[in-house]
Design a protein. Sequence first.
Lengths: 357, 189
Amino acid sequence: MAAEFDDALDRCLHNVQLGRDTIESSLARYPQYADQLRPLLEIGVRVRPGPLAPLRPGPRARAKAQLLERADQLTARRKSVVTKRPMSRPAWLRLMPAAIALVMICSLAGLGMATASASSLPGDVLYPIKRMSEQVTIALAAAANRPELHVQFAQRRLDEFEALSVRGDFSQGLVTEAANEIANALSEVGQSSESGQQTTLQSIVHMADARQQALSTIAASAPVAERANLQSALDVLAARGHQAADLLMMDFPSANGPEVTAVATAAPSATTTPSPQATPTATPTPEPSPTMIATPGSHEPAVTPPGLARTPKPQVTPPGQVKPKTTPPGQVNPKVTPPGQDDSPPKNSPPGRNKKK
Amino acid sequence: LAHGEKSRTIVQFEDEPQLIHRAIAGDHAAISALYDRHVDAIYHYALYRTGDIHTAEDITAEVFLRALESLSRYDERGVPFVVWLYRIAHARVIDHWRKTQRRATLPLDDLSERELTATDSVLDTDVLQHRALQDALRQVTGEQQEVIVLKFMQGLGNEEIARVMGKTVGAVKALQRRGLEALARLLKE
């Protein structure tokens, strides 16, 4: 009701002010509100703007001058902000190309340094980069590729040892490091494919064989004071080679010479029947081969490289050696030690591995 | 008449958007043009609302300064520029009242003697009636006074008044009715 009246009043006022209606004609449009509208319309037509004098010239001029001065200040501030903005807001954005270029330069420089450091020797400026590069390579490599990388790095250590020995520097530590690299390769070889395992083990065996003569010669020329330690390190290295040979022979008999046919020692009636042409490569070494030790009752090797879950392998009796005892029917052979090996655990036994057959 | 019909006296200047853009960039000519175009309307509004010439002058200067500082935020698609100025003036007047702790007054004597031109028709042909009207207008509420000033003195439409005061059009119409009822009652007495 009030809203309708307000609307009616507003329309009447508007039409009267515009001269479209008189007060009477407006009231005729809204006879129901005529009595209420009349006094309001009469007041409304009387409230009209008077001819007020404009703002005085003095205050007008002062206010305009103040306004223009303020405009200049705002413009100056805006310009300073615009000038500063490229340095502040998108600073990271503007520096992005430079950062990318820097990263690329560093990457290329790093690559170049790594390449240049490849032939460096201990004591050279670039040698730490060479070793760091190896660590990065190992860290980034797939698990299946790491064993072969360890073998490569072992070869590098031996190369470095040989190079330094020419200078009269018999760094026994390099030989130890090479042996450690091979130990790492053996412990991780189970993560490679079957062909990868075979390749890695063959690389280790070949490296050990190929280096043995040269390393022995170098050790012989070393000062007497260093000779003992050096020979000890070389023995450890040779043991790693034998370890690889054992694994290779037992897991990949066809790849390591004459095929051996044998009966698992765990079987109550286990018998070992070497091939007539069998030439065992698993010769006794100062360190017992982990693959050749069976845990009593378990019929499994005490230490098995990861990934090499093997079926108990036959004992190979080298020609001229006494054939190992066989367990009488109905008994479990608690322990089978290859000829020439003792019962002590391996010094560097790779953890058990499960070979994918 | 359509509801919310635009102001009957406010002129929409076609060049105003361009002037505003130039003013934002600091163009003195554009700023001067906008100032000269609207300064008297704002001054008269402030004078009606405060009843004091000097206060009206100060409020007018402050309105244009504030408008310039926030001109980049003005959206010409929303309200006419002068209505935007009225809104700033409305806030300044309320602020002035808050500071002085007094209601707006319309000094009829001052207006009639110093501000009104004597030759033209004033608020009414009858000066006495005019004075009585001004006295009555001083006694209505501030919101009723503002609606009457903006509508009958400044010529704004209901929608524009609503924008200035931050109210609905219906509320403006109700204030208009109540203000006229109060004036009628006061003048009858």
